[in-house]
Design a protein around this ligand. Structure first.
Ligand SMILES: [Zn+2]
Length: 228
């Protein structure tokens, strides 16, 4: 497999040849390749890519003050669906709409990419940053049990645990994503998702409001009965 790559420091384009048996040695769906200085340009960097040959992020080693700089590749509807699948993408956005905490397990470049994608397509009223824990596999093991109770998505195996969504919301999200995936213009695809998620969010808030009023009504009725 030949990957088209771009140096994250100077922007020089180049190619990275990946041997066919590279995937035999790894579990999961992401490989980190190393580009030595002199291969593409004077800089050395690492590149993360998926089984389908999509470049997911770059790690540059040139920064004088820090050991490593992460340069995530921009995630679009198409790249998210191609790499995570529509099920995972729909689950992430449904969690965002319902303001459910999500634990993302993956490398920093990928988790940052996913988070910024969610920030782009979900309504501004949702604080995506506050809902997401971004951890590596090793960090996940050290999380308190209470945090592990939340919805967890392993981005390399695509395994989702603890989803407790309304099936209708999830089905809606899936449909919206598939529609957006057909739109080749990135902005138009994001606008479509934003429009639909705003609609869905309004429905969710309305249902919650009605449910709480109903609960309050039942509570009031019970008090009255207790008093008499
Ligand atoms: Zn360079």
């Amino acid at each position: 497999m030949k990957l088209q790559i771009t140096c994250p420091t100077c922007g020089t384009a180049g190619e990275l040849e990946v041997p066919d048996d590279a995937w035999n040695k790894v579990q999961g769906n992401i490989i980190m390749g190393r580009v030595v200085p002199g291969k593409v340009c004077e800089h050395g960097f690492k590149v993360e890519f998926s089984r389908s040959g999509l470049v997911l992020g770059y790690h540059a080693f040139d920064a004088p003050d820090v050991e490593e700089r992460i340069r995530p590749v921009e995630f679009t509807v198409q790249t998210v669906i191609r790499n995570l699948g529509v099920e995972v993408a729909a689950a992430l956005l449904t969690a965002g709409i319902s303001e459910e905490t999500v634990v993302l397990i993956g490398s920093l470049a990928v988790t940052i990419g996913i988070r910024s994608f969610m920030e782009c397509v979900l309504p501004d009223s949702i604080d995506v940053g506050a809902l997401i824990y971004m951890v590596t596999k090793e960090e996940y093991e050290t999380l308190p049990e209470s945090t592990k109770q939340h919805m967890t998505v392993d981005l390399s195996s695509k395994i989702i645990t603890n989803p407790s969504f309304d099936e209708d919301q999830l089905a809606w999200m899936r449909k919206v994503l598939l529609q957006a995936n057909m739109v080749t213009n990135k902005e138009a695809a994001e606008t479509l998702i934003l429009k639909e998620t705003s609609k869905l969010r309004t429905t969710v808030s309305l249902l919650r409001h009605l449910a709480s009023r109903r609960a309050a009504g039942l509570e009031g009725k019970k008090k009255k009965e207790d008093a008499s």
